[in-house]
Design a protein around this ligand. Sequence first.
Ligand SMILES: [Zn+2]
Length: 373
Amino acid sequence: MEHPPWRRRVVQKCSKYRNIILILVAAVKFFASLTINRCHVIKLCSLWGQATGRPFPFSHVLVSPLVLRNGILPVLYKYRRHCTVMFDSGGFHIQQKVLRMQHASEQLATFYCTHDWADIYVLPDYPLTSTDSVRQIAYKLRVTARGYLSFASRLPPAFSSKLLPVVHGLTSRQVKRSVTEALKLRPRRLGFGSFGTSGARSAVNFLTSDSISMLSVFAGLCVTNRVTSHVFGVGGPASICVLRYIPVDSFDTAGWIRAAAYGHVYVPFLGAVNVTGKSASHRYMSRREFRRVLGYTGHCCPFCDDDALLRESWHYRALHNFAVLFELNHRLSKMRATDALKQLSSINRRYGGYLATVLDEKRFAVRRAMTKT
Ligand SMILES: [Zn+2]
């Protein structure tokens, strides 16, 4: 079969990596961000239990205590032995201007001190947005860096091994400086939160070639300093292919729930498509086309079997989206970089380009290291 010109270029690009990069590491940990009410969590768990025989789908969960929905904490407390729980600082909500930094820090310190059973505690940060001026960026970076030590000093010493400072920066110099400040806490892990933003109140994070470059700098510094790396608020079915090969150790996302609420379902490697016919922002995919694309990507799960349920119930869409991320993340952990690049590029040209750039940089780094030795 004759490929279109763009596809031929991708195939040529894929063959470049054939002999050089075979990255096989453990799966990136996926923290499911639970920004829903208790009744919805119970419904999701019930549907998951009926289909899989396991009562709780989440092995890693992130929640923002300052904007917690009703009744989530007791559910997480109940499953805390089976699930890694991360308390988020609410940086996303500061980014959206729902919370103010000073107020959030005070409330958060009080909350953390009275809930010492979680596994990871995120330090307050002041996220950058795509519309910030140079002056605003400098101010936000200063506030975040100053806050690392002052916030940590309000918590008992037992928290120190569980703290996760969040690093920001739009240039490698800013990222390096932010990492240096964060490392003064001697943390076991660092987070990165400077991605492109879009939508009302900068609500949606997404990867750009610039943010991928900064993420690579960040991940490299984490390896050098022997701390694990986490990325905040990014992790769709295309972006996790890129995150996996940077590589980072963990990511979190609420995108699987948000997409389901808007009538969207995930397709591995591609992203979200609409199945309810009620979206102006996402492409509508007919039942027949959706089945064909899922077949091509090799996905099947109990939650997308029934087309009518998928269209009518956001719980089914959410669990299908969760299953896509879970399954794809696992598949990627066993996949050669060349194969991932080939598959991603054939379905999602933009993210295929991102991954090609990441792998190119790795190839350059490997060659440079070999020349030195
Ligand atoms: Zn499915």
